[in-house]
Design a protein around this ligand. Structure first.
Ligand SMILES: NC(=O)c1ccc[n+]([C@@H]2O[C@H](COP(=O)([O-])OP(=O)(O)OC[C@H]3O[C@@H](n4cnc5c(N)ncnc54)[C@H](OP(=O)(O)O)[C@@H]3O)[C@@H](O)[C@H]2O)c1
Length: 272
């Protein structure tokens, strides 16, 4: 078995649909083992950011052991001006040990003010475009927690990829994901399991035999049922999580609308 692949938007290549969100991975005694388990299992998309403490450093040190690894690295900058974004890009390249970072994203552009800043003359988007021209990054993306900003970003034509939250806990992104895919953007889904607080509660319920349909495997299945999704990036700090998520994705069958509604209801009732 291998992880199914999907097109990365209109970029002209495919990637395994299961990636790794490496935001919290460094905060674990099994951090390096987790990254190695992901690479060994065929995960190719790994998401990090300048602002994820220790994450680029962790990835850089594991990837230096494996210079031939075929990995698609995505990082991000919170900086809002061209010059400071360029500075972040060069720090990422140095720490990750890469001449070129495959995808560089404007991080958490979630207010109209932040959107105006990054798009202004001298703003961060300009810095990312210059970085493409000098071969420092390959593709430009954006991450946002605002569906309003997401629509502006999609319609701007400036981005090859967009990262959005989508899950049974947060189904309202669906039309925006579909719009992004229609416009040829790659759609990267963050927080597909609802985030670490909820998953910890879910793990407790599973241990007590009380989970019902609300399992990590079903939450991943829910997200992948949307064909607009290019890559899903559950966070993980332990190799066992990677193995469980691989198993879930390899066994993927789309959910029926009734199953999706049932999971949304179970998600909404998690803390009842
Ligand atoms: N751009 C942004 O503004 C932004 C914001 C948030 C997140 N993100 C990206 O999205 C990624 C994922 O988000 P997230 O980590 O917040 O939320 P998430 O992926 O929904 O949930 C992560 C949690 O799920 C647990 N988990 C993963 N697989 C599991 C399994 N098979 N069984 C049981 N538990 C499992 C992890 O546990 P352990 O940690 O204990 O292994 C972790 O606590 C981040 O790493 C980051 O790359 C981006």
């Amino acid at each position: 078995m291998s992880i199914p692949t999907r097109p990365f938007g209109a970029a002209g290549f495919e990637l395994p649909v299961l990636g790794l969100g490496a935001m919290d991975t460094p905060h674990s005694p099994e951090a390096e083992a987790t990254v190695r388990a992901a690479l060994d299992a065929g995960i190719r998309f790994i998401d990090t950011a300048r602002d994820y403490e220790g994450s680029e450093y962790l990835l850089g040190s594991v990837l230096r052991e494996r210079p031939a690894a075929d990995v698609f690295l995505a990082s991000k900058t919170f900086r809002r001006t061209a010059a400071s974004a360029q500075y972040d890009i060069d720090r990422s390249r140095q720490v990750l040990g890469r001449e070129t970072v495959d995808l560089y994203q404007l991080h958490d552009v979630s207010t109209p003010e932040a959107w105006a800043q990054v798009m202004a003359p001298g703003g961060a988007l300009e810095g990312l475009r210059d970085a493409v021209d000098r071969g420092a990054i390959r593709h430009i993306g954006i991450s946002t927690h605002s569906l309003e900003v997401a629509r502006l970003a999609i319609d701007s034509g400036a981005f090859a990829a967009i990262m959005l939250e989508y899950s049974a806990f947060y189904p309202e992104s669906l039309p925006v994901l579909e719009h992004a895919a229609d416009r040829g953007l790659a759609v990267i889904v963050m927080r597909p399991l609802g985030g670490s607080g909820r998953t910890s509660t879910i793990r407790g319920r599973i241990a007590r035999g009380e989970a019902g349909p609300l399992t990590p495997a079903n939450l991943l299945r829910y997200v992948l049922t949307c064909p607009a999704v290019s890559v899903v990036i559950p966070g993980a700090r332990y190799p066992d999580r990677i193995r469980a998520n691989i198993e879930a994705v390899e066994a993927f069958v789309p959910m029926s609308p009734a199953e999706m509604r049932e999971l949304e209801q179970a998600a909404a009732a998690l803390y009842d």
